[in-house]
Design a protein around this ligand. Structure first.
Ligand code: WQD
Length: 342
């Protein structure tokens, strides 16, 4: 049976590489397009160590339409695209708004236009719970109002979803699914791939593991005066492998024509809120390390609490998380120890 070929943009990145592994293990043929702005080509070798096969990697910028067309001329048998490639640092986006709007939106529009012109029918978009801002009601479901974005990064996700929705509505022969991630954490159980932020990590879990490893002096907990049980912010942390599997489920839904409309949106989370202090305790439990952290002021732009109502993804998409917080934390720690020895 001819294998379906899936293009994974940003496939040497954190979620993209984990998704490439799950796609390949499901029998898909994977080709990766990445400009290596925030990742390294060696990830392809590590994917090969896990799956036994090296995905093809083409290094170019999706904003360069000529390069994208040349790539698609070479890969005329792509059945679907999973689009991860984007700048994603919330803080950085505040200081570089034009770079974020140009990079994240031009790349998306280039892909959609090329798909329309070449009859590539299926598109899965990497979106984020950041589109909800601070929801009025928790847990948050897909019909919750999208609120004004708290950062240019978050706005590129909102605008990106609108561009996709409007493109689908004119019946261009493309079907799309947007997956709104909550907080992905952890690493592949092989410890061969994981999150590798450049410079000082913005996100909580890589900062925890780097502190535990001795690369950072201490973890700053950004505020414990929120209106939450222990005063620290609450998030919905899901294992990146569970998240990767959702992308395989989504692309199969489209390939098998099981989507109900040409554009669907799913929240991907555990449905359980976890505070920063609870996340720290989880790490300490699984690593046996007492973490050096200090409560400091709130971080500007942080919302107080958010966690998903994943029932629509559970029921309609047929996907749910299976890993616990402790399991995810342990994989994050195993990955940190592996990568620091490379
Ligand atoms: C989680 C909690 C911090 C670091 C962001 C993006 C979102 C998605 C995931 C891309 C917050 C606290 C953090 C630290 C801390 N990214 N924290 N000390 O902000 O929920 O979401 O990353 O799609 O779009 O917005 O994740 O990990 O940065 O923070 O106390 O050194 O940990 O205040 O409460 P966030 P995060």
């Amino acid at each position: 049976m001819r294998k379906n070929k899936i293009l994974v943009t940003g496939g040497t990145g954190y979620i993209g590489s984990h998704t490439a592994v799950e796609l390949m293990e499901e029998g898909f043929d994977v080709v990766i397009a990445d400009n290596l702005y925030n990742s390294e080509a060696v990830v392809i070798d590590r994917i090969a160590s896990i799956t036994g096969k090296k995905p093809a990697l083409s290094v170019f910028d999706l904003c360069d339409r000529e390069k994208l067309d040349a790539f698609l001329d070479e890969h005329g048998d792509i059945s679907g695209i999973i689009h991860f490639a984007a700048y994603k640092a919330v803080g950085e986006s505040v200081h570089k708004p034009l770079e974020y709007y140009r990079n994240n939106l031009v790349s998306l529009m280039n892909l959609l236009d090329a798909m329309k012109k070449r009859g590539i029918p299926h598109f899965v978009f990497s979106s984020s719970c950041t589109v909800y801002g601070q929801p009025d009601k928790l847990p948050v479901s897909e019909d919750a109002p999208v609120k004004p974005a708290m950062s240019p990064y978050g706005n590129t996700k909102q605008i990106g979803e609108e561009i996709i929705r409007d493109t689908m509505s004119v019946g261009e022969g493309i079907n799309a699914i947007s997956l709104r991630y909550f907080n992905p954490i952890g690493a592949h159980p092989s410890a061969l791939i994981g999150e590798l932020p450049r410079g000082v990590p913005e996100n909580l879990v890589p900062f925890i593991t780097q502190t535990a490893y001795g690369l950072r002096k201490e973890l700053k907990v950004f505020g414990n005066d929120y209106n939450t049980p222990d005063g620290s912010c609450i998030r919905d942390y899901l294992h990146v492998v569970d998240l990767a599997k959702a992308h395989v489920t989504a692309v199969k839904r489209l390939l098998e024509g099981k989507n109900k409309t040409s554009y669907e949106v799913f929240n991907l989370g555990t449905g359980k809120g976890v505070s920063v202090l609870e996340a720290i305790r989880s790490f300490e439990r699984v690593s046996g390390i007492s973490l050096n952290y200090r409560i400091t002021d709130r971080r500007e732009g942080d919302i107080e609490q958010i966690w998903a109502d994943p029932s629509y993804a559970n029921k309609e998409l047929g996907w749910r998380t299976v890993s616990t917080l402790d399991e995810a934390m342990l994989t994050a720690w195993e990955w940190e120890k592996y990568i620091r020895k490379q």
